[in-house]
Design a protein around this ligand. Structure first.
Ligand code: TUI
Length: 307
């Protein structure tokens, strides 16, 4: 399938993997790229040298295109941005902020820049700053989110910019892919379904939490201090939301979640840990390889789109 996104990225399919913190490491990124999508290393809060190592490991596993996601709240973002150039990475996605100050450096080095946005305003700003495409991510997504739904956000971003748009948030199968195309997107970004991929190093308890989740099992924490995060309900979210309701300070809330994502993804503590996932978790019913996931999505979408 050809769209401006497959042309831009040099991939077989217009499917990119989300840059999920801890989950999006080199095994997953290489498997998604090998399966014809765009695998992504999620830099999250990692130091720049760890990101460099991850990039080198992906290169050992695949000759196909891959990218790096820069989480802009990472205190090491400046160094990570430079490592991307030094290592000759071809595609960068960004999240949780405005990457304007890095775009000139990345473009000069020939890096394709794809910011993740949650509003029309930021999409337009990114186009003017020289972005090659944007990911329009709706509030259905897991992790750090905006407030507009994918259904409402994607067509508004498509109308506002000339660069191609990738839809994210709530896309988990071929129906979601086809719906995104109908909204004018030319690609999709998928996170939660790749979290349970065979190649993902995500702890079995985390995968099971996603597989068992129903449609209404996610919560949004952090609304009171302006950093909303979507995750699967557990003891930690109940405690967090109770403290938020009681007017706890950001410091008190941060203390509760310190290292909690690592605890869930790596150690499998899905009771006190942070289980970030999107609303589409309710649709995800089994672990599959990245190849199976991508081929199933594309086969289903091709029937629906009659292509
Ligand atoms: O970035 C994401 N999702 C993430 S990042 C992340 S790491 C984290 N861990 C703990 C607490 C908080 C974050 C987990 N999930 N998605 C892309 C995304 N970006 N969604 C929404 C946005 C966004 C929101 C506001 C982008 C820009 C923005 O404002 C830009 C501005 O003008 O400053």
């Amino acid at each position: 399938m050809k769209t401006r996104i497959t042309e831009l990225l040099g991939t077989e399919y217009p499917i990119i993997q989300g840059g999920m913190a801890w989950v999006a490491e080199y095994h997953l990124a290489a498997a998604v790229s090998e399966a014809g999508g765009l695998g992504i290393i999620g830099a999250a809060s990692a130091p720049a040298e760890v990101v460099r190592e991850q990039i080198r490991k992906v290169k050992e596993l695949t000759k196909k295109p891959f990218g790096v996601n820069v989480m802009l709240m990472n205190p090491n973002a400046d160094e990570v941005a430079k490592v991307i150039v030094e290592e000759g990475v071809k595609v960068v996605t960004t999240g949780a902020g405005n990457p304007a100050k890095y775009i000139e450096m990345w473009k000069a080095a020939g890096v394709k820049v794809i910011p993740v946005v949650a509003s029309v305003a930021l999409a337009k700003l990114m186009e003017r700053a020289g972005a090659d495409a944007v990911v329009a991510e709706g509030t259905e997504a897991g992790g750090h989110i905006g407030s507009t739904t994918t259904m409402a956000l994607v067509p508004q971003v498509v109308d506002a910019v000339k660069i191609p748009v990738i839809a994210a948030g709530g896309v988990g199968d071929g129906r979601g892919f086809a719906a995104a195309m109908m909204l004018g997107a030319e690609g999709v970004q998928i996170g939660t379904r790749f979290c349970v991929a065979t190649e993902a190093i995500t702890h079995a308890n985390y995968k099971e939490k996603i597989i068992k989740a129903k449609d209404i099992d996610s919560e949004v924490t952090g609304l009171s201090h302006g950093h909303p995060v979507r995750l699967i309900r557990n003891k930690m979210t109940r405690e967090y939301l109770r403290l938020e309701k009681e007017g706890a300070t950001m410091e008190e809330l941060e203390y509760l979640t310190l290292g909690s994502l690592r605890k869930a993804v790596m150690d499998g503590d899905v009771t006190d840990g942070t289980v970030m996932a999107g609303q589409i978790a309710g649709l995800i019913s089994k672990e599959q390889t990245c190849k199976e996931i991508i081929e199933e999505i594309m086969a289903q979408a091709k029937v629906l789109l009659k292509i």
